[in-house]
Design a protein around this ligand. Structure first.
Ligand code: 9MG
Length: 297
Protein backbone atom coordinates (compact mmCIF):
# COMPACT_ATOMS: atom_id res chain seq x y z
CA UNK A 1 0.00 0.00 0.00
CA UNK A 2 1.31 3.50 -0.87
CA UNK A 3 2.80 5.47 1.98
CA UNK A 4 0.84 8.46 0.63
CA UNK A 5 -2.47 6.78 1.46
CA UNK A 6 -4.63 9.08 3.57
CA UNK A 7 -5.91 7.59 6.80
CA UNK A 8 -8.25 10.47 7.65
CA UNK A 9 -10.16 13.01 5.62
CA UNK A 10 -9.95 16.62 6.80
CA UNK A 11 -12.09 19.73 6.37
CA UNK A 12 -11.02 23.01 4.75
CA UNK A 13 -13.30 25.73 6.10
CA UNK A 14 -14.52 28.15 3.46
CA UNK A 15 -17.10 30.25 5.29
CA UNK A 16 -20.51 28.72 5.82
CA UNK A 17 -19.35 25.24 4.80
CA UNK A 18 -16.24 23.15 4.34
CA UNK A 19 -14.58 21.04 1.67
CA UNK A 20 -13.45 17.54 2.50
CA UNK A 21 -9.88 16.95 1.37
CA UNK A 22 -7.67 13.93 1.74
CA UNK A 23 -10.45 11.50 0.79
CA UNK A 24 -10.30 12.03 -2.94
CA UNK A 25 -8.27 14.62 -4.84
CA UNK A 26 -10.22 17.80 -5.52
CA UNK A 27 -10.16 19.67 -8.82
CA UNK A 28 -10.15 23.46 -9.08
CA UNK A 29 -11.12 24.59 -12.60
CA UNK A 30 -9.66 27.76 -14.09
CA UNK A 31 -12.13 30.36 -15.39
CA UNK A 32 -10.10 33.24 -16.77
CA UNK A 33 -12.10 36.33 -17.75
CA UNK A 34 -9.41 38.20 -19.61
CA UNK A 35 -9.82 39.80 -23.08
CA UNK A 36 -7.86 36.97 -24.74
CA UNK A 37 -9.90 34.19 -23.02
CA UNK A 38 -13.31 34.70 -24.61
CA UNK A 39 -14.75 36.21 -27.81
CA UNK A 40 -14.30 39.93 -28.45
CA UNK A 41 -18.03 40.26 -29.20
CA UNK A 42 -18.66 42.55 -26.22
CA UNK A 43 -19.01 42.15 -22.49
CA UNK A 44 -22.38 40.35 -22.47
CA UNK A 45 -21.16 37.69 -24.87
CA UNK A 46 -18.02 37.24 -22.81
CA UNK A 47 -20.13 36.73 -19.66
CA UNK A 48 -22.36 34.21 -21.47
CA UNK A 49 -19.33 32.30 -22.71
CA UNK A 50 -17.73 32.29 -19.28
CA UNK A 51 -20.91 30.92 -17.67
CA UNK A 52 -21.16 28.28 -20.40
CA UNK A 53 -17.57 27.27 -19.77
CA UNK A 54 -18.18 27.12 -15.99
CA UNK A 55 -21.23 24.91 -16.61
CA UNK A 56 -19.14 22.59 -18.77
CA UNK A 57 -16.57 22.28 -15.96
CA UNK A 58 -19.38 21.55 -13.46
CA UNK A 59 -20.76 18.83 -15.76
CA UNK A 60 -17.24 17.38 -15.95
CA UNK A 61 -16.96 17.11 -12.15
CA UNK A 62 -15.10 20.21 -10.98
CA UNK A 63 -15.04 20.86 -7.19
CA UNK A 64 -14.12 24.58 -7.16
CA UNK A 65 -14.31 27.26 -9.88
CA UNK A 66 -11.44 29.77 -9.77
CA UNK A 67 -12.50 33.05 -11.41
CA UNK A 68 -9.73 35.44 -12.41
CA UNK A 69 -9.74 38.78 -14.26
CA UNK A 70 -6.01 39.46 -14.45
CA UNK A 71 -3.45 37.34 -16.23
CA UNK A 72 -0.64 36.21 -13.93
CA UNK A 73 1.49 34.85 -16.77
CA UNK A 74 5.14 35.93 -16.67
CA UNK A 75 5.55 39.46 -18.03
CA UNK A 76 1.81 40.23 -17.94
CA UNK A 77 0.64 43.83 -17.54
CA UNK A 78 -1.05 45.28 -14.46
CA UNK A 79 -4.86 45.62 -14.62
CA UNK A 80 -6.65 48.23 -12.47
CA UNK A 81 -9.03 47.10 -9.73
CA UNK A 82 -11.92 48.79 -11.59
CA UNK A 83 -11.18 46.84 -14.78
CA UNK A 84 -10.73 43.58 -12.88
CA UNK A 85 -14.07 44.13 -11.11
CA UNK A 86 -15.77 44.85 -14.48
CA UNK A 87 -14.52 41.53 -15.77
CA UNK A 88 -15.20 39.20 -12.82
CA UNK A 89 -18.22 40.55 -10.97
CA UNK A 90 -20.98 39.80 -13.52
CA UNK A 91 -19.67 36.23 -13.76
CA UNK A 92 -19.38 35.70 -10.00
CA UNK A 93 -22.85 37.17 -9.38
CA UNK A 94 -24.47 34.87 -11.96
CA UNK A 95 -22.49 31.79 -10.94
CA UNK A 96 -23.25 32.26 -7.25
CA UNK A 97 -26.97 32.22 -8.09
CA UNK A 98 -26.74 29.26 -10.45
CA UNK A 99 -24.46 26.77 -8.73
CA UNK A 100 -23.54 25.29 -5.36
CA UNK A 101 -19.98 24.63 -6.55
CA UNK A 102 -17.71 26.87 -4.43
CA UNK A 103 -16.36 29.93 -6.25
CA UNK A 104 -12.81 31.10 -5.71
CA UNK A 105 -11.58 34.57 -6.66
CA UNK A 106 -8.08 34.64 -8.13
CA UNK A 107 -6.81 38.11 -7.31
CA UNK A 108 -4.16 40.07 -5.42
CA UNK A 109 -6.34 43.17 -4.91
CA UNK A 110 -8.25 43.87 -1.73
CA UNK A 111 -11.10 45.74 -3.50
CA UNK A 112 -11.71 42.74 -5.72
CA UNK A 113 -11.61 40.37 -2.74
CA UNK A 114 -14.18 42.51 -0.85
CA UNK A 115 -16.69 42.64 -3.72
CA UNK A 116 -16.22 39.02 -4.76
CA UNK A 117 -16.82 37.73 -1.22
CA UNK A 118 -19.94 39.94 -0.94
CA UNK A 119 -21.23 38.46 -4.20
CA UNK A 120 -20.82 34.86 -3.04
CA UNK A 121 -17.22 33.78 -3.61
CA UNK A 122 -16.06 31.58 -0.71
CA UNK A 123 -12.33 31.24 -1.39
CA UNK A 124 -9.60 33.78 -2.16
CA UNK A 125 -6.71 32.53 -4.29
CA UNK A 126 -3.85 34.96 -3.66
CA UNK A 127 -0.78 34.23 -5.80
CA UNK A 128 1.23 36.65 -3.63
CA UNK A 129 0.33 34.88 -0.36
CA UNK A 130 -0.55 38.29 1.20
CA UNK A 131 2.71 39.95 0.02
CA UNK A 132 1.16 42.47 -2.40
CA UNK A 133 -1.88 43.60 -0.39
CA UNK A 134 -1.78 42.36 3.22
CA UNK A 135 -5.23 43.93 3.85
CA UNK A 136 -6.70 40.97 1.97
CA UNK A 137 -6.23 39.05 5.22
CA UNK A 138 -8.70 41.36 7.03
CA UNK A 139 -11.40 40.75 4.42
CA UNK A 140 -10.87 36.99 4.50
CA UNK A 141 -10.89 37.00 8.30
CA UNK A 142 -14.15 39.00 8.41
CA UNK A 143 -15.87 36.68 5.94
CA UNK A 144 -14.30 33.53 7.44
CA UNK A 145 -13.56 32.59 3.82
CA UNK A 146 -10.99 30.09 2.58
CA UNK A 147 -7.61 31.49 1.58
CA UNK A 148 -5.03 29.91 -0.74
CA UNK A 149 -1.53 31.13 0.11
CA UNK A 150 0.46 30.54 -3.07
CA UNK A 151 4.23 30.97 -3.03
CA UNK A 152 5.73 33.34 -5.57
CA UNK A 153 8.95 35.27 -6.02
CA UNK A 154 8.86 38.85 -7.31
CA UNK A 155 5.82 39.92 -9.33
CA UNK A 156 4.43 38.49 -12.60
CA UNK A 157 6.34 41.33 -14.33
CA UNK A 158 9.70 40.60 -12.71
CA UNK A 159 9.62 36.94 -11.76
CA UNK A 160 11.55 35.62 -14.76
CA UNK A 161 14.45 37.98 -14.05
CA UNK A 162 15.11 36.98 -10.44
CA UNK A 163 18.32 35.20 -9.46
CA UNK A 164 17.62 31.47 -9.00
CA UNK A 165 17.74 30.10 -5.45
CA UNK A 166 19.84 27.19 -4.25
CA UNK A 167 17.26 25.24 -2.25
CA UNK A 168 13.81 25.99 -3.60
CA UNK A 169 11.92 23.63 -1.28
CA UNK A 170 13.37 25.26 1.83
CA UNK A 171 12.68 28.73 0.44
CA UNK A 172 9.05 27.84 -0.29
CA UNK A 173 8.58 26.35 3.19
CA UNK A 174 10.15 29.34 4.97
CA UNK A 175 8.20 31.92 2.93
CA UNK A 176 4.87 30.08 3.30
CA UNK A 177 5.42 29.87 7.08
CA UNK A 178 5.69 33.67 7.12
CA UNK A 179 2.49 33.97 5.09
CA UNK A 180 0.65 31.59 7.42
CA UNK A 181 1.82 33.66 10.41
CA UNK A 182 0.65 36.89 8.72
CA UNK A 183 -2.76 35.32 8.02
CA UNK A 184 -3.13 34.09 11.60
CA UNK A 185 -2.12 37.50 13.00
CA UNK A 186 -5.02 38.97 11.01
CA UNK A 187 -7.40 36.53 12.70
CA UNK A 188 -7.73 33.91 9.97
CA UNK A 189 -8.15 30.45 11.45
CA UNK A 190 -5.63 27.86 10.36
CA UNK A 191 -8.55 25.66 9.22
CA UNK A 192 -9.36 28.25 6.53
CA UNK A 193 -5.92 28.19 4.90
CA UNK A 194 -4.53 26.15 2.02
CA UNK A 195 -0.96 26.30 0.74
CA UNK A 196 0.46 26.06 -2.78
CA UNK A 197 4.12 25.97 -3.92
CA UNK A 198 3.38 28.26 -6.89
CA UNK A 199 4.77 26.25 -9.78
CA UNK A 200 6.26 28.60 -12.39
CA UNK A 201 6.17 31.75 -10.28
CA UNK A 202 9.81 32.88 -10.25
CA UNK A 203 11.04 29.28 -10.53
CA UNK A 204 13.34 27.60 -13.00
CA UNK A 205 12.45 24.40 -14.82
CA UNK A 206 14.50 22.40 -12.30
CA UNK A 207 12.81 24.17 -9.38
CA UNK A 208 9.40 23.21 -10.76
CA UNK A 209 10.40 19.55 -11.10
CA UNK A 210 12.00 19.53 -7.64
CA UNK A 211 8.85 20.99 -6.11
CA UNK A 212 6.57 18.39 -7.74
CA UNK A 213 8.93 15.57 -6.76
CA UNK A 214 9.32 17.03 -3.25
CA UNK A 215 5.67 17.70 -2.42
CA UNK A 216 6.02 15.18 0.40
CA UNK A 217 8.38 17.61 2.16
CA UNK A 218 5.73 20.33 1.95
CA UNK A 219 3.13 17.94 3.33
CA UNK A 220 5.51 17.15 6.18
CA UNK A 221 6.19 20.85 6.90
CA UNK A 222 2.46 21.75 6.80
CA UNK A 223 0.75 18.60 8.09
CA UNK A 224 -2.70 20.12 8.70
CA UNK A 225 -3.12 22.18 5.55
CA UNK A 226 -4.73 21.32 2.24
CA UNK A 227 -1.96 21.25 -0.37
CA UNK A 228 -2.89 22.72 -3.75
CA UNK A 229 -0.78 22.70 -6.90
CA UNK A 230 -1.18 24.26 -10.34
CA UNK A 231 0.89 22.89 -13.20
CA UNK A 232 -1.70 23.18 -15.95
CA UNK A 233 -0.30 24.13 -19.40
CA UNK A 234 2.68 25.84 -17.81
CA UNK A 235 5.87 26.89 -19.56
CA UNK A 236 8.09 24.12 -18.14
CA UNK A 237 5.81 21.45 -19.67
CA UNK A 238 6.18 23.03 -23.10
CA UNK A 239 9.93 23.28 -22.61
CA UNK A 240 10.28 19.58 -21.67
CA UNK A 241 8.16 18.62 -24.69
CA UNK A 242 10.54 20.36 -27.05
CA UNK A 243 8.74 23.69 -27.29
CA UNK A 244 5.10 22.50 -27.29
CA UNK A 245 2.61 25.37 -27.63
CA UNK A 246 0.12 26.04 -24.82
CA UNK A 247 -2.62 24.04 -26.59
CA UNK A 248 -0.28 21.05 -26.97
CA UNK A 249 0.46 20.57 -23.27
CA UNK A 250 -2.50 18.45 -22.12
CA UNK A 251 -0.67 15.11 -21.90
CA UNK A 252 2.21 16.78 -20.07
CA UNK A 253 -0.24 18.45 -17.72
CA UNK A 254 -1.93 15.13 -16.91
CA UNK A 255 1.47 13.57 -16.19
CA UNK A 256 2.32 16.35 -13.73
CA UNK A 257 -1.10 16.06 -12.08
CA UNK A 258 -0.69 12.32 -11.57
CA UNK A 259 2.82 12.80 -10.16
CA UNK A 260 1.55 15.56 -7.85
CA UNK A 261 -1.33 13.44 -6.55
CA UNK A 262 0.96 10.46 -5.93
CA UNK A 263 3.31 12.81 -4.06
CA UNK A 264 0.59 14.18 -1.79
CA UNK A 265 -1.33 17.03 -3.48
CA UNK A 266 -4.90 17.37 -2.21
CA UNK A 267 -6.19 19.85 -4.80
CA UNK A 268 -5.10 20.40 -8.39
CA UNK A 269 -5.79 23.62 -10.32
CA UNK A 270 -6.36 22.90 -14.02
CA UNK A 271 -7.85 24.21 -17.26
CA UNK A 272 -8.87 20.82 -18.72
CA UNK A 273 -11.26 19.35 -16.17
CA UNK A 274 -12.51 16.14 -17.86
CA UNK A 275 -9.16 14.50 -18.61
CA UNK A 276 -7.84 15.46 -15.19
CA UNK A 277 -10.92 14.17 -13.33
CA UNK A 278 -10.50 10.85 -15.16
CA UNK A 279 -6.76 10.65 -14.51
CA UNK A 280 -7.31 11.43 -10.84
CA UNK A 281 -10.00 8.76 -10.46
CA UNK A 282 -7.44 6.20 -11.52
CA UNK A 283 -4.63 7.74 -9.47
CA UNK A 284 -6.77 7.93 -6.32
CA UNK A 285 -7.89 4.33 -6.85
CA UNK A 286 -4.26 3.27 -7.08
CA UNK A 287 -3.54 5.16 -3.86
CA UNK A 288 -6.37 3.21 -2.28
CA UNK A 289 -8.47 6.29 -1.59
CA UNK A 290 -12.24 5.89 -1.55
CA UNK A 291 -14.63 8.34 -3.17
CA UNK A 292 -16.26 10.83 -0.86
CA UNK A 293 -18.37 13.95 -1.35
CA UNK A 294 -16.35 17.19 -1.32
CA UNK A 295 -18.78 19.80 0.01
CA UNK A 296 -20.25 19.45 3.49
CA UNK A 297 -23.29 21.75 3.93
C1 9MG B 1 -3.73 31.97 -10.52
N1 9MG B 1 -2.77 30.88 -10.60
C2 9MG B 1 -1.95 30.61 -11.65
N2 9MG B 1 -1.18 29.54 -11.36
C3 9MG B 1 -1.54 29.13 -10.12
C4 9MG B 1 -1.10 28.10 -9.27
O1 9MG B 1 -0.12 27.28 -9.62
N3 9MG B 1 -1.67 27.97 -8.05
C5 9MG B 1 -2.66 28.84 -7.65
N4 9MG B 1 -3.21 28.66 -6.43
N5 9MG B 1 -3.10 29.84 -8.43
C6 9MG B 1 -2.54 29.98 -9.63
Amino acid sequence: MSENKETTAHEWNIGRRSLTYGARTLVMGVLNITPDSFSDGGQFLAVDQAIEHAQQMIDEGVDIIDVGGESTRPGSEFVSAAEELNRVMPVIELLARQTRVPISIDTTKVEVVREALKAGAEIVNDISALRFEPAIADEVSRAKAGLVLMHSRGTPKTMQKLPPVEDIITEVIVDLRHSVARAEQAGIARENLAIDPGIGFGKTLDHNLELIAGLGQLRHAFPNFPLMIGTSRKWFIGKLLGGAAVDQRLNGTVATVVASVLNGAHIVRVHDVKPVVEAIKLTDAIKGVTNAPAAVP
